[in-house]
Design a protein around this ligand. Structure first.
Ligand code: ADP
Ligand code: MG
Length: 242
């Protein structure tokens, strides 16, 4: 579903991604771990071309990512992304936030898009909030709206970049539960997260990044019980110390 070959990404002289070779089959759930600044967000952003790459190729479901234009818009619509900050439109109701892209991009009729939005809001457990505005919802609820909004485009892949990092602790699980059920339903997912419980339970695979490179690529159990690199051992020592 995702194939990255010899990808190099630079910000001026600084190399943010180094020799990324990654194949993610359909339905796989990949958790990306690594210290701050290791390139996790940049990796996600290159997958749906929010960032360009200087060298290498990225294929989504067998289609080479073009530089720009119509083809790119179409492929980008196949890749849903959820960020740390929920980025909902404050002046639109929850239902309208979810139905906007299906109307504008997928050309659904308003009534069809609203039906779809209600179905998805039900799936993430907040159909009863549909007519409220984002500011009237808790952070956990807003993030679930953001997931419903991404799902409304019927994506082939979902990218999550620290989706629970801005949430109060008691709201983390309601978002992780939605992600876990998506994973069980067979969605192809790349998740940057510091939630080690989620990584252990939901992931098929862990990527550990350091200095822009994928340093370890393994099953969750072996990563947590038997990390190979000094960087990964150091990272795990720090996060598991408390
Ligand atoms: N737009 C940008 N311009 C310049 N440098 C950037 C930009 N975005 C990210 N970087 C740098 O690239 C590196 C990786 O960043 P990022 O992918 O955000 O790391 P992570 O998500 O793992 O914390 C960092 O050193 C960061 O400062
Ligand atoms: Mg980041």
């Amino acid at each position: 579903m995702i194939k990255m070959t010899d990808v190099q990404k630079f910000f001026d002289d600084f190399q943010a991604l180094k020799d990324i070779n990654l194949e993610v089959p359909k339905g796989q759930v990949v958790v990306v771990l690594g210290p701050s600044g290791s390139g996790k967000s940049t990796l996600c952003r290159t997958i749906n071309r929010l960032e360009t790459i200087e060298q290498g190729t990225i294929e989504i479901d067998g289609v080479l990512l073009p530089e720009e234009g119509k083809g790119l818009a179409k492929i980008r619509a196949d890749v849903g992304m959820v960020f740390q900050s929920f980025n909902l439109f404050p002046h639109l109701t929850i239902k309208d936030n979810v139905s906007l892209a299906p109307i504008k991009v997928r050309k659904l009729k308003k009534s069809e898009a609203h039906d779809l939005a209600m179905k998805l809001l039900d799936r993430v457990g907040i159909a009863n909030q549909a007519d409220k505005y984002p500011a009237q919802l808790s952070g956990g609820q807003q993030q679930r709206v953001a997931i419903a909004r991404a799902l409304a485009m019927n994506p082939k892949i979902m990218l999550f970049d620290e989706p629970t990092s801005a949430l109060d602790p008691e709201m983390v699980n309601e978002v992780l539960d939605v992600m876990s059920s998506l994973a069980k339903e067979g969605m192809t997912m790349v998740c940057v997260t510091h939630e080690m419980g989620f990584a252990r339970k939901a992931a098929d695979r862990v990527l550990f990044m350091a200095d822009g490179a994928i340093v370890e690529d393994t099953e969750p159990d072996s990563f947590f019980t038997n990390p190979q690199s000094a960087r990964a051992k150091d990272f795990l020592g720090k996060i598991l110390a408390h």
